[in-house]
Design a protein around this ligand. Structure first.
Ligand SMILES: O=P(O)(O)OC[C@@]1(O)O[C@H](CO)[C@@H](O)[C@@H]1O
Length: 329
């Protein structure tokens, strides 16, 4: 069983345009769709689509559209009453797959609600293989929420604690590193921000550099780094090595949820005992399949093509021996 926590879920509305997005213009859409979203919710949906048992934990009132949609899709979930409507996030997609996201901040969570959410997670994490802490934190929640929760979980469950994966960005991700999560899933921009690398734009096409940066995080106590690089594939780095996985170019329709689907592919392979290369292969196959689907739609494993993915080990950087001391003059 895999438990996901989404502290800031959303109703994802996707508007598909028939031409390029024009700022300031009135444009007609081809179609639009609404799906329950937020990163952990998407991961649970993707796991469920492949028949993997998962529990999505989130704040939200029973009559909230996000909760209603989760019930309609038969996604096992537990929610904490909030007394406020969850946010709506909008994605605008163009015919070439370019996706523009407009994300609301979400309703504030009081200190009491935060504690109740932590208690809900701690009460349902026993026996889970993974706990996935996913997405941004809503207003009122301190940046170290994921780190606090990880420490509380390990303090309470000791060696019965599930493995912890973090899929977030900015300050919550930076703070989570301190708690040594077992897995993080940054994209190139998030990896650059986390490691202070100055050129995020160039990172997607530079897997060797991605692996170098990821190794610095593994050296700081992170178990594994699954760095997703959009159309350039993904790099997995653990203490044992680094691997790059790539797919042939695909026709992207919407990139919303592609990273979440990648993480779901990784986790389901891990749960089945797959090694690092198999996990990375399924992650990239899942991400590519998700990008080809509209809106926040997530693929089932049967919609992914593992054969199209190539996985190559990346050489570890050569350690240069210290230069011989120059003779004193
Ligand atoms: O604002 P956050 O929490 O960082 O991201 C939220 C979100 O963009 O992430 C998912 C895609 O990964 C969407 O379902 C959702 O709208």
């Amino acid at each position: 069983m895999i438990v996901t926590l989404t502290p800031n879920p959303s109703l994802d509305r996707t508007i598909e345009l028939t031409g390029p997005l024009e700022r300031g213009a009135v444009q007609r859409s081809r179609s639009s769709r609404e799906e329950p979203g937020g990163k952990g919710v998407n991961i649970s949906r993707a796991l469920g689509a492949s028949g993997v048992l998962s529990l999505a934990i989130l704040p939200g009132d029973g009559d909230d559209p996000v909760l209603r949609a989760l019930r309609a899709q038969n996604i096992p979930h537990l929610s904490l009453p909030l007394g406020a409507r969850l946010r709506s996030n909008v994605a605008v997609t163009e015919p070439d797959g370019t996706t523009t996201k407009l994300n609301e901040p979400g309703p504030e969570l009081s200190t009491e609600q935060q504690q109740n959410l932590i208690d809900l997670v701690l009460g349902h994490a026993t026996g889970a293989a993974w706990l996935v802490l996913a997405g941004s934190l809503p207003p009122g929640v301190p940046a170290d929420f994921y780190a606090t929760l990880t420490a509380a979980l390990r303090g309470r469950l000791g060696n019965r604690s599930p493995l912890v994966a973090v899929d977030s960005s900015g300050a919550p991700l930076a703070a989570a590193i301190v708690a040594s999560p077992d897995l993080i899933k940054p994209n190139a921009e998030e990896l650059a921000e986390l490691t202070g690398y100055p050129d995020p734009a160039g990172l997607e096409g530079d897997p060797a550099r991605v692996a170098d940066l990821a190794r610095t995080l593994v050296a700081r106590g992170v178990g594994a780094v699954l760095a997703t690089l959009g159309s350039k594939g993904a790099v997995l780095t653990t203490a044992e090595g680094s691997w790059l996985a790539q797919t042939p170019p695909i026709r992207a329709r919407s990139t919303v949820g592609a990273g979440d689907s990648s993480l779901a592919g990784y986790l389901l392979t891990h749960a089945e005992g797959g090694g690092p290369e198999a996990r990375l292969r399924q992650a990239v196959a899942h991400g590519a399949a998700a990008a080809g689907l509209p809106g926040s739609t997530v693929p089932a494993r049967s919609q992914t093509s593992l054969e199209a993915v190539t996985v190559t080990p990346l050489a570890a950087p050569r350690i240069h021996p210290a230069a011989p001391a120059s003779p004193s003059q």
